[in-house]
Ligand binder design. Structure first.
Ligand SMILES: [Ca+2]
Ligand SMILES: [Ca+2]
Ligand SMILES: [Ca+2]
Ligand SMILES: [Ca+2]
Length: 284
């Protein structure tokens, strides 16, 4: 799922993948939190993940989709509300997640795609016209999954935090501002880590990481030190099978909260933040 604006109304919109149905659905926001109009984009076989990116310096918002079986990245060109499948790029077998970042600091979005079968990360540097240079491949940990993006060591180059489900860990990858990545630290988690959110949970203006695990239903909060290091806080146990999570101040008390997408109850579970990195399940 990707949250972005691509209708002329400037209201926040959503796009989701329908993996079994072979399509994407765009939901257009009405600015009040409701999505009153939807548009189906058919003909995308087995979409696994989608991201919206400004191919042309803000003049249009295109989509990039990874197809798991085809091991492909497909760019869907925005022709003013209508999307046309454009260029395709080969990625490592069984791609799961596509994420955008700007890894060479030119203001043009780049894409990173992890391969579940090859345990690699492909980096596509954007050209600025909706197309990408050939991928650079990096060998990473087993089963690379969700990717968090931020400048962990504050050197001006974007870095990544890569959830490796098969390693029970998050790998810190440091960017050098040219599209290359160098292995930084490893942050151990519980079994089968899945979702990741990047946010400042303790209000020190340094980016922190929140990682959820599926098998053990835990949340791991890592406080960033602004030098590329992260310190773990005590593990938060939930009884949820957490697929993904998002961080925002949902109750507007100035402290960051979490929304967990739970497969155990097919629901979204809200956790209230204490402003120090602690989170409590909110009573209904
Ligand atoms: Ca770039
Ligand atoms: Ca950096
Ligand atoms: Ca922080
Ligand atoms: Ca809050």
């Amino acid at each position: 799922m990707s949250r972005q604006v691509w209708s002329p109304t400037r209201n926040l919109d959503l796009v989701t993948v329908n993996t079994g149905g072979g399509s994407l659905t765009l939901y257009f926001g009405d600015g009040t939190g409701k999505f009153t109009r939807a548009q189906e984009i058919p003909g995308i076989h087995g979409p696994a993940s989608v991201v919206a990116f400004e191919a042309n310096r803000g003049r249009r918002l295109d989509l990039a989709v990874v197809q798991a079986k085809e091991s492909r990245l497909v760019v869907l060109e925005n022709l003013g509300g209508r999307f046309k499948a454009g260029r395709t790029y080969e990625v490592g077998r069984a791609p799961h997640i596509v994420t955008k970042a700007d890894l060479n600091r030119d203001g043009i979005p780049d894409l990173v795609v992890g391969s579940f079968a090859r345990h690699t990360l492909s980096v596509f540097i954007g050209k600025g016209d909706g197309s990408f240079h050939n991928a650079r491949e990096f060998q990473v940990g087993r089963f690379p999954h969700y990717v968090g993006v931020g400048d962990w060591n504050r050197d001006g180059h974007q870095d990544l935090a890569l959830v490796c489900a098969g390693e029970d860990a998050v790998f810190i990858l440091q960017g050098d501002g040219t599209g290359n990545l160098r292995k930084g630290g490893t942050l151990p988690t519980g079994a089968n880590p899945h979702g990741i959110a990047v946010a400042d949970v303790n209000g020190d203006a340094l980016a922190d990481l929140i990682v959820s695990t599926r098998s053990s239903g835990e949340l791991y909060v890592f406080l960033g030190d602004g030098k590329g290091g992260f310190a773990p806080l005590p593990v938060i146990r939930t009884d949820q099978d957490i697929i993904a999570l998002a961080a925002a101040d949902f109750d507007r008390d100035g402290k960051l909260d979490l929304a967990l997408v739970s497969a155990s109850h097919n629901s979204v579970v809200m956790l209230q933040g204490d402003g120090k990195g602690g989170f409590l399940v909110r009573s209904p």
